[in-house]
Design a protein around this ligand. Sequence first.
Ligand SMILES: [Zn+2]
Length: 119
Amino acid sequence: MVQCPECKTDNKKPSRTWKILDEPNRFGVFNERGVGIFQCFRCGTTFPSVVGNRQLAIVDANKYAQLNKRITALIDENTKLKEEVDVVSLQAKVDALEREVSALINEKKELHTKLSRYR
Ligand SMILES: [Zn+2]
């Protein structure tokens, strides 16, 4: 929403847009600004306004591709490690349950033995 400077009406869409690139700084970072020309739907006034702004950087294309590859590999590795952790924690739960079951079986045997003495 861009406000008309004359009648203060909010206008939604520019009639025309283009992009302006600033000079890169010493780190190769620069701004890309979107500029739009609006014509107020109420009073007809034509005025410009910034409709978007983002920061871009000049980077070595090969290095960028290498970094992308590396990030993808790290994400894959992270997913695998998480799966392994899940397997390890599930195995620990299984072990604990098995110990509990064998303890209950022993307890049952002892109770049966005690019970048989009273018969
Ligand atoms: Zn207006």
